[in-house]
Design a binder for this molecule. Structure first.
Ligand SMILES: [Mg+2]
Length: 258
């Protein structure tokens, strides 16, 4: 007998989860980083460096691979300084107009209408992430309870943000769902905390394979609209037919068979 797990809180990643970051942000950010590398002393044209970055990106999208690989290709004298300049520029690329995925706002509002708490935990330079949120029109979205900004300096990690949301809501981990695109980031953090996980497999990190069991999501979907159809019970709007109490926690089950 299989029951749909009750989900009372969904925590979304931002980039490549709620909007197409790869298409709308990644290429401009690599161009910005290429400019910074040239300004920091790399001897080549910005166009050549940009092309080298995108070639490296197709082999491995991680900046910690791309920056040194490009430095090596152009025989940079001080690869550490040039890589640092590239990373800073990448994360500080000015934000232009951005659009959500078509299915994002309907999903957020559906969850909210079912009484499910909705959070976003984004990672990056907090001021840039805030500018993205404004550009996407999420700042005043009533369906979102709160947006957290995890940062590169690790003042707030994703794990810490997830744990804090769980404590604030006083929900068991298995009533919380994490939705994101990166196995080694939000998927791992969610699984380590015992939360449900869904991977949106697209965008900048679509090629990354889970490195171990802890990066293997419970479900994988091609886009955000697929989340709603996964076998979860969204919120408590459907009256529970059974209720049991154990270890001081309330477990509700819809009684609906799949
Ligand atoms: Mg992401």
């Amino acid at each position: 007998m299989q029951f749909k797990p009750l989900v009372r809180c969904v925590i979304f990643d931002l980039d490549d989860t709620l909007y197409d970051c790869l298409g709308q942000r990644v290429r401009p950010s690599h161009r910005h980083a290429a400019e910074a590398m040239v300004n920091a002393g790399l001897k080549a044209t910005v166009v050549d460096v940009f092309r080298a970055r995108m070639r490296a990106f197709r082999l491995d999208p991680m900046l910690r691979y791309i920056d040194p690989a490009v430095c090596q290709q152009f025989n940079v004298a001080d690869p550490e300084a040039v890589s640092r300049a590239a990373r800073d520029a990448y994360f500080n690329c000015p934000v232009g107009p951005l659009r959500l995925f078509r299915g994002t706002r309907p999903l957020l509002r559906f969850l909210h209408s079912r009484g499910v708490k909705v959070f976003i935990v984004s990672f990056g330079e907090p001021e840039i992430q805030k500018a993205k949120v404004r550009a996407l029109g999420l700042e005043n979205e009533a369906a979102i309870d709160r947006i957290f900004y995890a940062d590169r300096d690790k003042l707030l990690t994703k794990e810490a943000a997830f744990g804090r949301i769980q404590r604030d809501l006083a929900l068991p981990a298995d009533e919380i769902l994490i939705v994101g695109d990166r196995p080694m980031s939000e998927i791992r953090a969610g699984k380590e905390l015992g939360m449900h996980t869904v991977r949106i497999r697209r965008g900048e990190f679509a090629v990354q394979e889970p490195r171990d069991e802890m990066e293997q999501p419970d479900y994988e979907v091609a886009n955000i609209s697929g989340v709603r159809n996964l076998p979860f019970q969204w919120g408590l709007e459907i009256p529970p037919t059974t209720e049991t109490r154990s270890h001081g926690e309330t477990h509700r089950q819809s009684g609906k068979r799949e």
